[in-house]
Every structure is written in C-alpha cells, then in structure tokens.
Design a protein. Structure first.
Length: 104
C-alpha cells in the first residue's frame, strides 16, 4: 500500500519537478559550503605566510646586527643626520663635546 503511494507520487510530473529543484538547490548549497571552506583555508594560509614573513624579517635583522662590524646603538636606529652624531655613535664620544647637534 505505501509502496504504491510512493510510486504514484514519484511518477507524477509535479514530484519530478520538485525533485529537480531540490537536487539543484542541494548542489548549489554544497558548492557554497565548499567555497566557504576553501576560503577559510586560503585565509589561514595567508595568515601563516604573513607570520612567517615577519619572523624571517626579524631573523634577517638579527643576522645583520650580528654580522655588522660595529654595534648598532639607539641613536643610530633613530637615524643620525649629522657627522657629530655618527662620530658619537662609532667612537662613543660624549654629546656634550658637540654642542652644535641639538638632537644628539
């Protein structure tokens, strides 16, 4: 009895049209879910790449500092714009000896 009702319903034109729409909607839904998942994955990969680039930059800076012949001081990181500041940095001379340099 139930089998004959299901067969009758499945054989009707309305049921076939509804089944087509349901299958199409399911396919679109699965496609959107897969698209979302791949977007999340690419976002995580981009974040990992950014973190790796930052770490590599820090390591590169540490290697440059370790291989430089003279230590880098705070005044050099600020960027000296006059010869007196450079002399002070490299020769460790007091800034009081060069009164013309206001920023040192």
């Amino acid at each position: 009895m139930i089998g004959s009702l299901v067969a009758t319903f499945a054989g009707s034109a309305w049921a076939q049209a509804a089944l087509r729409y349901c299958v199409t909607a399911l396919a679109i839904l699965l496609f959107l879910l897969a698209l979302r998942r791949s977007g999340e994955r690419s976002g995580r990969l981009a974040e990992r790449l950014e973190t790796t680039e930052k770490a590599n930059g820090v390591q590169r800076q540490m290697l440059e500092t370790a291989t430089s012949p003279f230590p880098i001081t705070r005044s050099e990181r600020r960027g000296n714009c006059c010869i007196a500041g450079g002399i002070q940095t490299w020769m460790l001379i007091s800034p009081l000896r060069f009164p013309s340099c206001a920023h040192v």
